[in-house]
Design a protein around this ligand. Sequence first.
Ligand code: PXG
Length: 456
Amino acid sequence: MLDLRNDIDHLREIDNAHHLHPFTDHKSLHEGRVRVITGAEGVWLTDGEGHRILDAMSGLWCVNVGYSQPSLVEAAARQMSQLPYYNTFFSSTTMPAAALSERLAAIAPPGFSRVFYASSGSEAVDSALRMARVFWQLQGKPDKRIIVSREYGYHGSTLAGASAGGMRDMHRQGGDLPDFRQVATPYVYRDAGSLSPHDFGLQAARSLETLIEDVGADRIAAFIGEPIQGAGGVIIPPDSYWPEIQRICRQHDILLIADEVICGFGRLGEMFGSIAYGIEPDLMTTAKGITSGYIPLSALFVGDRVAETFIEQGGEFYHGFTYSGHPVACAVALANLDIIEGQGLVAAAERQGAKLRAALARTLSGHPLVGEIRGRGLIGAIELVEDREAHRFFPGSRKVGTTCRDFAIEEGLMMRACRDTMVFAPPLIISDDEIGEIASRAARAVDRTWTNLQTA
Ligand code: PXG
């Protein structure tokens, strides 16, 4: 085998020649230079040039326990040597799949006793949507098919996930199945205007009620939403929002799906976002933090009302994946939960998140480019704006967000730009010193963006 570790340029060449990347402008990647990541430790990445980059994004919002946890590696190796694969179809199970199910049921919010496995967040969402529709078929209401989601929602990249999401670019590229509708999102900074956050939260939730009046509750299967919207720009709802959504769903008998793919497993300072916001969903999709990204796994938590309907009524649910309940992935998830619980990482998310927001306030509040710094637990955002008084954003053509992201990476900080909203979600193991590093590096990136705008 070739040893590519010492030949990063060769690695770039073969990658360029043979690898099409996800969510990528292929033309510009081919004209530019792919970033090679060669290793990672704790919260730090190492790139092909030997630079150390503080990963304030936990990869893609997933490496909750950080990059160097030997117990996850050992759990995978042990399971691989004992039983590397067996499926959970045709009345079979494996030890890790059964044990993880019991463990997940124990930490789930009340009303959840069962899980359904897949390998990605998108598959968990797809499973939730199909389960919701079949649930209504079993209830004798086959016309309840429509899935309602929100502007800027992200629910994955399969046809169903893209259709459920609120990203128009994904709809335009074929993710536009019938029977999907979008309603407003509670984006306080952008839209509240003179309304109090409380009143604005109620108003945003009631866009669901308006849609129900329009299409009829007898055609709507489910509402899906992230407790805090992640990929859409860390949109944090006012406290009035979720109780009102819950009321509307209950009143009209619409299933409520909490998409916890980012919020789940400690990110918000509670084990699940639904606990943080007092949501009582019927279905809950999780992935990412369930194994801290060490190996693909997702779990759809199925509420008792839905699960018991399937169990009592019988009839095959024609749905599942080769890797549903993969024993190696489940074994890693168990080791991952040992760390999250054993090291108190849920409480750490709350504690370190507050410190991170305070540190960012010290280095960035009052900066002419910064409209707002917001967050909950270890997820947050910095709004870069043209006019702080009017909450006015720059025109997209100025590319302020991606400019700031590129400066941040040069400063050794991995952040992500959602439009001009800089978002972060570092590993839950982040130390006080590393929090200080995020704040000072982010401030340098924002300063350089500001200087760049003055001279452009
Ligand atoms: N739901 C939510 C809430 C997510 O954030 C998915 C579903 C889909 O998960 P999979 O495992 O199929 O990717 C996600 C994924 C980004 C980014 O750049 C966000 C995600 C994935 C990739 C990139 O913010 N979220």
